[in-house]
Write a protein that binds this ligand. Structure first.
Ligand code: ADP
Length: 491
């Protein structure tokens, strides 16, 4: 099969979060199964050009119909750690992708509507006719709409679309004017409640809803989150749409690229280690302490890595920090906040704790430091409010860092409580889970983890090594996605 992924991220060249990891990891997995995979991305000014090999022009004069006229674009192509990627660069006054950041601009909906249009126009003009187009999140929700309402009539008749939702919170809700900008000219037809009309805001359209209505298959990134999206307010207003389209909706757990995330081979670590030489993990702990000026003592390191966002349970992170310090543990945080209030809050904490020898808060995005923290920490907390899949807990398992998580979304499908999960055999239990969203619940789970570390270090090490043995590779999700592609291709 020939698959084209259209996405706003692909790690490591463009990564804001898990979406980037997934687009890269899934592409590589499908590619190794003798299918052809190509990825179409925006050419952002701020992407990591050092991760692209052999960049060259792939298409010179691409005129993308836009707003009644056309925008002149060029398309570059290159290999991102073995994955062939195409980067679309518009040459227009709006400078859609030259904003110094990937997201968070006032006109994001317009930027990604343009990108979706340009990606399809590129496929059309360059003669690319994939069996399946796989697109992701609200940024590319208009792709199936335009494919089946416009491009089908230009000869793209056999293409089918798989649409993956990584976060229901951000749906791309915008004024219906954008429709005519991309050439979907019958505004009232597309804005109707059974098409793109937003379920909560009359007069607005919803890109993600368009993706759900028009795609041939829709999934979110874990089975439990698929259930939550349909039957709880986690669906953020899209529950009725998912109900109507339930026959083509499911949950497929994300995998992890073990060629990128593997402590035995990770070139970003001071010391590699595996289950057999688990004691070498200690050398990373020493290196982290030296780097962050933490005291060398026999306390465990509790860590948090992730976006400082309400989704990630920032109040619980804050509580976990002080609980760790009060319970004979060190705490390391690596995170960045896009909301100014949260950013100020964590900067305040950082200043307040500056002299504490057991604590370090690193506010910002740092891929290399993230690798070291995964390798050095003993415990990772993931106290999310909601979590479609979550990669931090899966990466932590591989690095022998015991996860303490809240039982929501994909965390339910990946972490099984060592004391209480009676659905799993003891040998399959790999972490600590709490359910209520309050500080007592967090304390009970984190407290159990810390007590095990302090009182039964051998048992704690067994648990950590058991996590390293879990298989959350792309193999099984890869089988499932190939099954989906085969299924929709023959429709
Ligand atoms: P989300 O996609 O909701 O942000 P995930 O858990 O699915 O969360 O994926 C987060 C990914 O981003 C992981 O690979 C994690 O290591 C990485 N990450 C998050 N914050 C940072 C940061 N500040 N610095 C480096 N890596 C980060």
């Amino acid at each position: 099969m020939y698959i084209v992924q259209i996405a706003s991220e692909c790690a490591p060249v463009i990564k804001a979060g898990g979406l980037g990891d997934v687009v890269y990891g899934l592409s590589r997995e499908i590619d190794t199964r003798d299918h052809t995979v190509e990825v179409v991305l925006p050419k952002y000014d701020c992407m990591r050009y050092d991760h692209v090999w052999g960049m060259h022009k792939a298409y010179e004069n691409l005129y993308v119909p836009w707003n009644g006229g056309a925008v002149h674009c060029s398309v570059d192509c290159g290999w991102v750690h073995g994955q062939l990627c195409f980067f679309i660069e518009p040459h227009s006054a709006e400078s859609f992708f030259n904003r110094g950041k990937y997201y968070g601009e006032w006109d994001d909906q317009i930027r990604f509507a343009f990108f979706s249009k340009a990606a399809l126009e590129f496929l059309l003009k360059s003669g690319k006719r994939p069996d399946v187009i796989h697109c992701h999140d609200w940024q590319t929700g208009l792709v199936p709409v335009m494919l089946f309402e416009i491009y089908k009539y230009h000869g793209m008749t056999t293409q089918r679309v798989c649409y993956t939702i990584h976060n229901f919170k951000h749906q791309g809700v915008w004024s219906a004017d954008v429709l005519s900008q991309v050439g979907l000219n019958r505004e009232s037809y597309y804005s109707s409640p059974d098409r793109l009309g937003d379920n909560n805001n009359a007069g607005s359209i919803n890109f993600m809803k368009g993706g759900i209505v028009y795609a041939n298959y829709v999934n979110t990134v874990s089975p439990h989150h698929a259930w939550e999206a349909r039957f709880s307010d986690i669906g953020c207003g899209l529950q009725p749409t998912l109900e109507v389209h339930q026959d083509k909706f499911g949950g497929i757990l994300n995998g992890l690229s073990y060629d990128v995330w593997n402590p035995e081979t990770d070139s970003q670590l001071p010391a590699n280690y595996g289950i057999a030489d688990f004691e070498n993990k200690e050398r990373n702990k020493k290196a982290l302490r030296e780097r962050l000026l933490l005291e060398a003592n026999d306390k465990p390191i509790v860590a948090f890595i992730g976006r400082l966002d309400q989704q990630k349970g920032v109040h619980q992170v804050h509580h976990g920090l002080y609980y760790s310090l009060a319970n004979d543990a060190q705490f390391v945080l690596l995170g960045s906040a896009s909301e100014p209030g949260l950013n100020d809050w964590f900067w305040h904490e950082k200043t307040h704790l500056n002299e504490n020898p057991d604590c370090h808060l690193e506010i910002g995005y740092n891929e290399e430091l993230a690798h070291l923290i995964y390798a050095a920490a003993d415990i990772m907390i993931v106290p999310s409010n909601y979590e479609p899949c979550g990669l931090t807990q899966i990466i932590s398992l591989k690095y022998g860092t015991v996860p303490v998580v809240r039982g929501v979304g994909g965390l339910v499908n990946t972490i099984f409580d060592v004391n209480y999960d009676t659905n799993k055999q003891p040998a399959e239990r790999n972490g600590f889970v709490f359910f209520e969203n309050d500080s007592f619940a967090l304390e009970s789970a984190l407290g159990r983890a810390l007590r095990l570390y302090h009182q039964k270090p051998e048992d704690f090490a067994i648990l950590a090594k058991r996590g390293m043995d879990c298989d959350y590779s792309w193999k099984h999700p890869g089988d499932q996605y190939v099954g989906v592609y085969e299924h929709i291709r023959h429709k």
